[in-house]
Design a protein around this ligand. Structure first.
Ligand code: EPU
Length: 302
């Protein structure tokens, strides 16, 4: 990126832009080469100004949340990574409209869950242990324990170069880990949830129980990107991989978790290449043994 572009971008945001910055530390997998720039935007004005500039200059870009579902290439991303921070992490709640919660796309699911407990709002419990942001959860219709975020969404705000527009949740035709009809080159900036009221104690207990179940079933501690594959219809990717005897299989520093076969963990120096090789091997073995073609749930950035 030439100096003119760099200066023009920096003028548009208040936070210092990180140039040529490794993405590794921005993903829970702790894998990934550099992005040309990482830009943290604090409000809609900044985002709109940056979006207009990069669109008109044809610079590739993408938004990341907490990087909890990403596999970033070892060569990184030749473009701009946008991170929504500042006002995008706000939660707004009007007491008169008790069941509605307006949440900035950069807000973490964990913060939303804590807010819901504190204010006696129920419906979000299933999301409490899902790492990442609300924007990320909407983009992939994140779910757990038989529920998914699409079911509790009322509307979603999307920014394009034209400005911000609010869409009813129905517009997106949510399906398993999928959102449809998202406007091209659109960025989710906020989501409005409809919840129900309950007591703080009951909501807290449900969150804690689910977090405990998650702790028992899924690996924690070592870097990973959550479920690697989507569950095929009526089946569990973890069970299929496990049935092929692949738990513990290791390529370089990437290993199929011994605890849950649909997780790949990074022992420290895993590269995207190691993970990709492991993914291809798993897909091949599962396909040969069961006839099922496993589809990636993690998003690849390259
Ligand atoms: N199983 C095995 N071996 C394994 C893993 C699982 O036999 O190595 C069996 C389990 O015993 C269970 C079945 O497979 O009978 C399903 O496993 P689990 O209950 O762990 O659920 P899952 O289908 O693997 C899904 C989501 C998780 C979510 C849990 C809980 C997907 C791909 N995964 O996992 O979401 O936390 O249900 O609701 O949809 C994520 O998306 O990143 C994620 C972690």
């Amino acid at each position: 990126m030439d100096q003119y572009c760099k200066d023009s971008l920096q003028e548009r945001v208040s936070e210092k832009i990180l140039w040529d910055c490794p993405l590794k530390s921005f993903t829970t997998f702790r894998i990934g080469g550099p992005a040309a720039a990482i830009i943290r935007v604090r409000n809609e004005d900044e985002l709109q100004r940056v979006l207009r500039f990069i669109t008109s200059h044809g610079i590739p870009w993408r938004v990341i949340g907490k990087g909890s579902n990403l596999l970033v290439d070892d060569n990184g991303f030749q473009g701009i990574i946008l991170i929504l921070t500042g006002e995008f992490t706000d939660i707004k709640w009007k007491r008169l409209q008790q069941q509605k919660l307006d949440i900035g796309a950069g807000c973490s699911n964990r913060a939303v869950a804590a807010f819901c407990i504190q204010h006696g709002l129920s419906g979000f419990e299933f999301c409490a242990g899902i790492p990442g942001t609300i924007g990320g959860a909407v983009i992939m219709n994140a779910g757990a324990w038989g529920a998914s975020i699409g079911e509790i969404l009322e509307s979603v705000d999307v920014m394009t170069v034209e400005g911000v527009k609010s869409y009813n949740a129905d517009f997106f035709e949510f399906s398993y880990r999928k959102i449809s009809n998202l406007p091209e080159q659109g960025i989710i900036t906020a989501a409005r949830l409809h919840l129900v009221t309950d007591t703080e104690a009951r909501i807290k207990k449900r969150c804690e129980d689910l977090l405990k179940k998650r702790k028992v079933a899924q690996p924690a501690g070592l870097p990973n990107a959550g479920s690697v594959f989507k569950n095929p219809e009526g089946e569990s990717a973890g069970r299929l991989i496990d049935s092929c005897g692949l738990k513990g299989l290791r390529i370089g520093d990437a290993q199929v978790s011994e605890k849950h076969a649909n997780f790949i963990i990074n022992h420290g120096r895993a590269t995207a290449r190691d993970v990709t090789a492991l993914i291809a091997y798993i897909q091949e073995r599962v396909r040969k043994k069961t006839g099922v073609q496993l589809e990636l749930e993690v998003h690849v950035v390259c």
